[in-house]
Design a protein around this ligand. Sequence first.
Ligand code: MG
Length: 383
Amino acid sequence: MKNLSLLYAEEDSKLSQFAVKNAETEDRFYPEPPHFYRLPLHRDRDRIFHSRAFKRLEYKTQVFINSEGDNFRTRMTHTLEVAGISRTVSTALGLNSNLAEVISLAHDLGHTPFGHAGQEILSELMKDHGGFEHNKQSLRIVRSLETRYPEFPGLNLSRMTLIGLLKHGADYEKSELLIMRHDFGPSLEALVCDFSDEIAYTHHDVEDGLERKLITSEGLQSCSLWTKHYDESYELFSHLNNDLIIRRALRSMMNEVVTDLIETTERNLFKLNIVNRQDFGESWKRGERPIGYSDEMLVQVLQLKKYLFDNLYMHEEVVSKSQWGQKIIEFLYYKLNDNISYIPENYRKRAEQEGLYRAVSDYISGMTDRYAELKAKEFGFIT
Ligand code: MG
């Protein structure tokens, strides 16, 4: 029978010197006895799965509003794709793939309804009341807003997981999360997650955009990365229908990008002489960034991202849906701030401690697209 110490030994034997070791992930704000048969990160993963915020990702917009069709990405499927890519990249680099997976699973918990448009309007509305930012909100959810456990607020995730959810350098420098035994800078696992996020959305947005017919494979020909993989797939499978050729092109394109990320990072770690986490921490402080694409790949990825921005995210259909979502959020924000009795009791209690604006922001940002629409309907904003 396997117990925790055997699990640690088995898991740690696969890790490189610059990976986060499993015993380090035992550190939690509210100390808990270790589980006899589960890694601390497996407990984190399961706590995220059981959270309300995770379940709601299914009905939150990625790019296309959830009601537009059943075959488009939602925040949930996006999150699962990010977790899959993170596992691949971190395993290949000898990093702690359980940690990369957990950070990925939690990385979008703080997203508002209606995608980035929702975050933009809420952060504008909250600008004089402490602001709103979805990465910070993810942390707020797992540290405080989820109420499932009588012993502690939030999910009491491992401190290494929480640090992984801090996205920006400035936040990283000043975070109270860093009251730690060692400060090695952000983990490589967290950085893998950032890249996996970008790889996931770049590829799935191409697929969804093509499926929704807002972009075309002809239009994408201005992107050299796409052209290379599409032409190759066409040559090999020209007798098959275009949908299959597109999917094959997307698959081989993602494979090339992920492979480039793994191999370039490996080369950079070697070149910078990083052999353990301390080396990485010092290298980070010097401003070196070993994780990334080769120069040639970076150019191609940026070209594709620019194409998506100009032609998909700025497409009038996407923009008008986003604006509609923003109107709903704006309406709810003023309506709920007008009268505290409009928000549920648990948020009213929070309003007493943290003010009504923050409580309303927490309530609205936690809504799914369809729930926000339902509330707007209840208040007569939508007929
Ligand atoms: Mg994401």
